[in-house]
Design a protein around this ligand. Sequence first.
Ligand code: KMH
Ligand code: ZN
Length: 280
Amino acid sequence: MSSGTLITVAPTGAESAKADVPALPVTVEEVAATARDCQALGAAVVHLHVRDAETRPTLDLGRVREVVAAVRESTDLVVQLSTGGAVTDPFDARLAVLDAEPDAASLSLGTVNFGRDVFSNPWDLIVELHTRMQQRGIVPEYEVFDLGHLATLARLLDRYGPPHGGHVHVDLVMGVPGGMPGTTQALAACLPHLPPGATFAATGVGRTSLPVMLAALSAGGHLRVGMEDTLTYAPGEPVRDNAQLVARAAGLARIAQRPPMTIEDARALLGITTTVEAAP
Ligand code: KMH
Ligand code: ZN
């Protein structure tokens, strides 16, 4: 197994408006194009939120399937759908996203304040997502917004068994207003609570992007970057596009002598067994 860095790109998210962030990829074509650019620069996984024709976040299954197909057609990336959606999305629609047959899907491990909103993830929803993914051969990425979410993960695995593929991969989502801070100290506090054999990535929201990336690399972790979480590249400098963020992550990974992991190695690491036709 490679000792490289798994780079995930989260290109769109559900929180930013296209009107406020013109560079945000929202159409099917824009998402497919940014995914292709990011693959060329070292991304191995794409974490997808979908927008409708009016650029609003949507979980409409037809639209989700369309985006999945377009990304598969233009890239070889591991396709990870968000089951978090937007804070306003109902649980049944979040569960139904799995019907679009992604390779992987996010699974948030607890309720958290989300700015002025609440991102709701009660135990029964967590169990339903975990067991449906087991049944359908979809690999979860466990999203952790706070230290207690790792206690929930331990309880989940103890009661319902390992995920499809057998490997546990966690994303520490840090710096959300209401969740754990995006600091080296907070990241280090999470590490002893990871399940045995688990790998982790970290995501620093907003200005915590760089410190979290550096902390994650120093601790042997993987990286998630993208315009879902980061819209400012440097003070006063808006992000140009997702490729710019992936290029920075790939550069730091090389400096850490853990260069970007190939997609093949990423699939092996995550236990993804679905086979898709290679992109031309
Ligand atoms: N948009 C946030 C409310 C996920 O994708 O699983 C939730 C989120 C997490 O982004
Ligand atoms: Zn997301």
